[in-house]
Design a protein around this ligand. Structure first.
Ligand code: S3P
Length: 195
């Protein structure tokens, strides 16, 4: 496991604790990575509420840029165009201050993305068992990569390729299978305070 960044919990605020993040070597954000259905978006929102930091989501940035939902971007322009825009979104985030950064599940596919993610701050890999991921994902039809004849097989294959990438990029790993978004946020904040 790589050297973790330092965060300092400070001033309390209405609606929850506000965390002032202290990092010298890297950025001051908390970056959430992980497979589709790992709970990045919901936990990111919970973290933002608890810390008072803004929640910035690369999928949302790309979607706004195209004026289309992610599935439509894949359908009209293809995955490569989406990935280019995703990398560009990360570049833009490097200019922003401390935030909770939520990423798309494929962000770790490009080594240049991983480099930028780690520059942004502490990288947390959210993980869950395949059944949990499948259960969460099947509730929404917004994931173009899983619109296949056999989503279970696709998920298994994607997970096999990506898991080592998530692990290599992360400072901290958390199994969210049996946690609520609020519990995930608490576990991440506990980690930041233990550093
Ligand atoms: C993708 C995950 C999606 C989105 C796009 C591609 C992936 O984000 O970026 O559909 O390659 O795993 P979520 O992880 O938020 O579903």
């Amino acid at each position: 496991m790589v050297k973790a960044p330092k965060f300092l919990a400070e001033i309390s605020q209405a609606g929850g604790l506000r965390y002032v993040l202290v990092m010298t070597e890297r950025g001051q954000s908390i970056v959430l990575i992980g497979f589709m259905g790992a709970g990045k978006s919901s936990s990111g929102r919970a973290l933002a509420r608890k810390t008072g930091l803004a929640c910035l989501d690369t999928d949302e940035i790309v979607s706004k840029q195209f004026g289309l939902p992610v599935a439509k971007i894949f359908a009209r322009f293809g995955e490569e165009e989406f990935r280019n825009a995703e990398t560009e979104a990360l570049r833009q985030l490097s200019e922003a201050g401390a935030a909770i950064i939520v990423t798309g599940g494929g962000i770790v596919l490009r080594p240049e993305n991983v480099k930028m993610l780690r520059q942004l701050g502490g990288v947390v890999s959210l993980e869950a068992d395949p059944e949990t991921l499948l259960g969460r994902i099947s509730k929404r039809e917004t994931r173009p990569l899983l619109q296949t004849e056999n989503p279970r097989t696709t998920l298994t294959e994607l997970l096999r390729c990506r898991t080592p990438l998530y692990h290599a990029a992360a400072d901290f790993r958390l199994d969210t299978s049996r946690l609520t978004p609020r519990e995930v946020a608490d576990a991440i904040l506990k980690w930041t305070k233990e550093l």
